[in-house]
Write a protein that binds this ligand. Sequence first.
Ligand SMILES: Cc1cc2nc3c(=O)[nH]c(=O)nc-3n(C[C@H](O)[C@H](O)[C@H](O)COP(=O)(O)OP(=O)(O)OC[C@H]3O[C@@H](n4cnc5c(N)ncnc54)[C@H](O)[C@@H]3O)c2cc1C
Ligand code: FES
Length: 284
Amino acid sequence: MSADVQAQAAAASDTMLPYRVVRRTAPTHDTVTLTLEPVRRAAGRFRAGQFMMLYSFGVGEIAISISGDPTGRGDVLEHTIRKVGAVSGALSSTGVGGLVGVRGPFGTGWDVESAAGGDLVVVGGGVGLAPLRPLVLAALADRGSYRRVVVITGARTPADLLFAGDQESWVRDGSVELHRTVDHPSPQWPGRVGFVTEPLAQLHLDPARTTGFLCGPEPMMRFCAQALLRKNVPGDRIRVSLERTMECGVARCGHCQLGPLLLCRDGPIVTYTVAEPLLGVREL
Ligand SMILES: Cc1cc2nc3c(=O)[nH]c(=O)nc-3n(C[C@H](O)[C@H](O)[C@H](O)COP(=O)(O)OP(=O)(O)OC[C@H]3O[C@@H](n4cnc5c(N)ncnc54)[C@H](O)[C@@H]3O)c2cc1C
Ligand code: FES
């Protein structure tokens, strides 16, 4: 992209647009999914893995990944927000009919299309599944272009597993190999107990044709990336999402700097080859 085009893209993304909440659901006890429609003008079309800056009027603005379908209506946005502080709490409490300010879309995407013809291994921990959902939906919309689609999800308890309905439908129609695991099972939990690295370690992969997509707490991503490296999946075909506090979203303020990267522009999704030295990984 030329400097001019980059500047134009940055200027367009920098405009805050009012969006109205048209649907509000609570996938788990501490998360809310908001469906947003533009009041007047819509933000540009997004790619799986990108994020928006969401502004709760009078409270503040935070980066939130897009959890909706990139192949659906381009003007509708879906965001899944975990209530941890003032801004995420205020956004989560916005009811149907309420307004939210939106800037974006920002950042790099998962670039799932570049894995066409191969196998996808998608690993999400906790709310880390939110930015991975658009990737899975994009792959399923073009299912014939991929061989295996393996999804591994982990959460603290069964009640914390995000997008449970989606996951069940992916398994029902046979389009996804799903492995779900929790740290603390309920008595009724029929599935695995333990970390996402365990089902990952048991997979038989064709390393030359596998691409890994990892999102969750950084230690989880490090351990999963190392498990894939041990299976000979190259580091430049392992993608991780790195989150740092975002302020401007357009590579101006420096808040999101990690080493030489400004993660609002150069991330949040980078290859593990790029991420590894920045995360200070030690060999296990
Ligand atoms: C690229 C990017 C994408 C993101 N996507 C999402 C998303 O899809 N959904 C989402 O819920 N959040 C997402 N976040 C995190 C989000 O931007 C905020 O950092 C988070 O919601 C906290 O904001 P706050 O102002 O409400 O809380 P703060 O006032 O900043 O924090 C309150 C307390 O919560 C702790 N805290 C802050 N962030 C987190 C966290 N992520 N998990 C646990 N504790 C935390 C803080 O240490 C502090 O103790 C994303 C961040 C980035 C950089
Ligand atoms: S958030 Fe300002 S430079 Fe990235």
